[in-house]
Design a protein around this ligand. Sequence first.
Ligand code: SF4
Ligand code: SF4
Length: 387
Amino acid sequence: MTTIDLDELLENLAQCRRCGICRNAVYEDKGFDGVCPVWKNSAGFETSFMRGRIQVALALLDGRLEKTEENAESLFSCTLCGNCTSICAAEFDPAKCLESVREVLNEIPNAVRDTIAKKILENNNPYVDENKTRRDWVKEVGFDIPGTGEVLYFTGCTAGLKLPETAKSTAKVLNAAGVNFAVLEEEPCCGSVMIRTGMVEEAKKNAEKALEMIAKSGAKKIVVTCAGCLKTLREDYSERFGLDVPEVLHMVEYLKPLIESGKLKLKKSSEIKKITWHDPCHLGRALGVYEEPRDILKAIPGVELVEMETNREAAMCCGSGGGLRSYDGNLAKKIASDRIQDAEAIDADILATACPFCEHNLKDGANRIGSKIRVVDILDLISKQLQ
Ligand code: SF4
Ligand code: SF4
């Protein structure tokens, strides 16, 4: 059962002028080129950028192409980064349409997508069987974190299970700011990857379960450190599923006023020199949160913030989103290496971001090319600069 209006979707897809700007456009005013990170790292076939994907989608939808996993492959070799949407001059949002196409065509078999959804529905996360281990980091912060409270830190699967340092840093920063906060006893996945890969009915069931657990915690405000959790909890739960969600803020939004009001004081860093900011697609292009993290970084005394050639609405993707890291890990890491090279090109020492999923992939991208750039989460930086 899909929530998508098929006629409207077809009308939107028909808006594509086949101009090809989304393949490799030149932003003349900004002096750089390269839009689709997948096309840039592929053999150059038409189906490796949005114009071709749209034609494949139309052919699958109207029956000219048989609905097979192989024929639908190009619909999934896309990070849904939205870079094509940023530059497309036609009256539609191509990346959003592709997400809808995945939902409408979700009867087409796809082993990777189905495995991820199954794991999330069975284990409450896409990574491990024992979901309760995602709270293990709490034992290492040196103070108690309750399971109930008005401010809830929703950790997210990647910070909880893959990069617990970010979760610990966040706890340390909230504690230093005098915030009493909670972490769910057994937090579930927000379901972002299920929505992006078209498993929307399953994602809705997951969202209802997650929201029930959030409601039991007494949360009036949710803070997150993952850009994917932010978009999902803030936007998809209410707009897509009609659920009543408490206010959801990314920590960069929550922290900025605390730092500006002096409630949270940061000391000079001798270690951090030239730092650059990677805009996570779900934080930047999707929700327009561009300046808060930059203002926080600039508030660390002694830090020089430098911008990569592509930034804000034109920022290149880290390569991990839209399910691509699971569908084609090598391609995802190649895209991440490109982003690392963007940071190397401006001689940055550190590349900071605010999404554990981006961080994870960017670290792999840096290792892949032997880069010396340090990839860090902004919360890890801030936690080390607390006065
Ligand atoms: S999606 Fe937009 S930019 Fe890409 S070919 Fe179609 S009209 Fe052009
Ligand atoms: S959403 Fe990103 S990866 Fe997908 S086609 Fe558009 S630019 Fe390429």
